[in-house]
Design a protein around this ligand. Structure first.
Ligand code: SF4
Length: 548
């Protein structure tokens, strides 16, 4: 394949900052290209993506290379020169060289990028338009544990569960399969493999799901695959990049899942059971990286709850970075051990005690204020406070209480900057709030204005996601297969409204409608040990807080 100077130069630049790039001989091996549906910078900052690269490449019978969504100027160069997307490592065309193209998808708003990439690969979008001559298209990642349906029509096989429990089974089955149908029929006998083309969905006249039927005796429910190994990741082969959010940093996952059950949050539900890594295995992994980097990023949804956090941060000659702490007393002891003073975040989520009770965030205003004070006083340069607006039962009063809370935090210490990072509530599958609609656009705009107007000081900054992105995320989070057309049109640079209009779909049906308790959800076919009856009880309990 002829590759222009500009395209070659771009890849050389990206790879020049890496350590641990795997370049294998291709002979006789299964060829997989792992794709992240966003730029190199974002994809290489994603621990899950880096782990899957290691998992595939650990096998002697596999060569796994990578591809990303190119920057806009590079996309233009691909189009100008007619060059199909190629892998970083060997610069081979994805469509003509690889047996499998594997997407790792963590965020719903990346869905249109999947199709932008398929377009650059020159691969037909829909699985029904492809056959044995095309590479097999598979996907995994947190979005597939929750609700893969909006992307179901595009993929041949979807991994539902943790990659560690699925990659070997997939490779062994692929290697012994004579054709695609054989592969599909073998895979669906295992937990965690979903073949969307073996399922059909019927809808009621009002638009909700009437029933799902299976073809060729595929199982009705797909059981989420879970790794049994509590030292779940031995990612010592993990590559390290310079041009990423965690520049030259080795990332370590200390815990997977979360012991708290905040009602809006999927992390506390979909990674059951919670896994805690032993200190010994982390120390061993760090020692294997010595000489390559002394920077280690510890990843965990709630690091304060990692039982060995203090011993870990006491390890000598390592510069640890942590992302977030829980606002409680335990965090105070951890603060003195943090050497990288750039930034630490805590997540009050809501301004009032009442609303935190609704969402089951078990921290008090005084915990938040005291933890924030200690963070600022410890010399951390930026304290990031995460808030969500548009939560169930929220009123303008709750937002005013958030203003009071942030101002009180500011008054506790003149040191450091405070950044309030505000997102819009999006209902997530497998949470008690999966039935709840998103707030009206005008409500969100008004509440953002309350925050902005009342927090006008130099040392408090507010960041919020554009509401249009939140609504797109909401649609993709809880949508069904009919959403695929909208994703296709957005991938061709149409806005959400225009895409919905062209697809003949009313987005309000998905995002502004309170779902009926008995309604079949698009993700009900995934068995991840979450009990829908308990979720509904939790939802009702949350709504009852309003009148207390
Ligand atoms: S919001 Fe944070 S603390 Fe709550 S369940 Fe999710 S990860 Fe855990």
């Amino acid at each position: 394949m002829n590759i222009s100077k500009k395209l070659n130069h771009k890849v050389t630049m990206l790879l020049s900052g890496e350590k641990g790039t795997v370049c294998k001989d291709h002979g006789g091996k299964l060829r997989i290209c792992l794709v992240y549906p966003n730029t190199y910078h974002i994809g290489m900052s994603n621990l899950g993506f880096r782990i899957v690269y290691s998992l595939f490449n650990k096998r002697d019978d596999v060569v796994c290379e990578r591809a990303f969504l190119p920057d806009n100027d590079v996309i233009d160069e691909h189009i100008r020169t007619g060059t199909p997307l190629f892998s970083l490592e060997s610069r081979r065309s994805l469509i003509s060289f690889f047996d499998v193209i594997a997407f790792s998808i963590s965020f719903e708003n990346d869905y249109p990028n999947v199709l932008k990439i398929l377009d650059l690969i020159k691969l037909p979008f829909y699985s029904s338009e492809r056959d044995e001559r095309h590479p097999l298209l598979i996907m995994g990642g947190p979005c597939t544990f929750m609700n893969p349906e909006p992307l179901a029509d595009f993929f041949d096989v979807i991994f539902v569960g943790e990659a560690e429990a699925l990659t070997d089974k997939f490779i062994d089955t692929f290697n012994k399969s004579s054709d695609r149908m054989f592969l599909y029929q073998e895979l669906v006998d295992f937990a965690g493999f979903y073949v969307p083309s073996l399922y059909e969905t019927e809808y009621n006249s009002l638009g909700s799901i009437k029933r799902r039927s299976t073809l060729l005796s595929a199982p009705e429910k797909i059981k989420k695959a879970v790794t049994a190994n509590s030292d779940f990741i031995d990612a010592a082969g993990q590559l390290i990049g310079e041009k990423t959010e965690f520049s030259n940093m080795h990332l370590i996952e200390a815990m997977r899942g979360c012991i708290w059950k905040c009602r809006f949050c999927a992390v506390g539900r979909i990674y059951n059971p919670v896994k805690t890594r032993s200190l010994e295995s982390i120390v061993k992994e760090i020692s294997l990286r010595q000489g390559i980097t002394s920077k280690v990023g510890v990843i965990s949804p709630s690091l304060t709850d990692y039982p060995h956090v203090k011993e870990l941060l006491c390890l000598e000659n390592i510069e640890f970075s942590i992302t977030s702490l829980r606002a409680d007393k335990k965090s105070s002891d951890i603060l003195s051990l943090i050497k990288n003073k750039n930034s630490v975040s805590i997540a009050p989520e809501a301004g009032s005690e009442r609303l935190r009770k609704v969402i089951n965030k078990k921290i008090t205003s005084s915990d938040i204020i005291e933890t924030s004070r200690r963070i600022l006083e410890s010399g951390i340069r930026t304290l990031r406070l995460y808030f969500i607006i548009g939560l169930p039962t929220e009123t303008d009063d709750d937002i005013e209480e958030a203003v009071i809370l942030i101002n009180k935090i500011r008054e506790t210490s003149p040191k450091g900057n405070i950044v309030a990072s505000v997102s819009t509530f999006v209902p997530k599958p497998f949470t008690p709030f999966q039935w709840h609609p998103m707030a009206e656009r005008d409500t969100i705009k008004r509440r953002l204005k309350i925050l902005r107007d009342n927090l006008k000081t130099k040392s408090i900054k507010i960041f919020h996601e554009a509401p249009k992105h939140s609504y797109m995320q909401g649609l993709f989070s809880i949508g069904d297969r009919r959403i695929s057309k909208i994703i296709e049109y957005i991938s061709k640079d149409m806005d959400l409204q225009g895409a919905c209009r062209l697809a003949g779909i009313d987005p309000e049906f998905y995002i502004s409608r309170k779902r009926l308790s008995h309604e079949i959800m698009p993700w009900d076919f995934i068995d991840n040990s979450t009990d829908k009856v308990s979720l509904l009880k939790e939802y009702r309990k949350a709504l009852s807080v309003r009148s207390e």
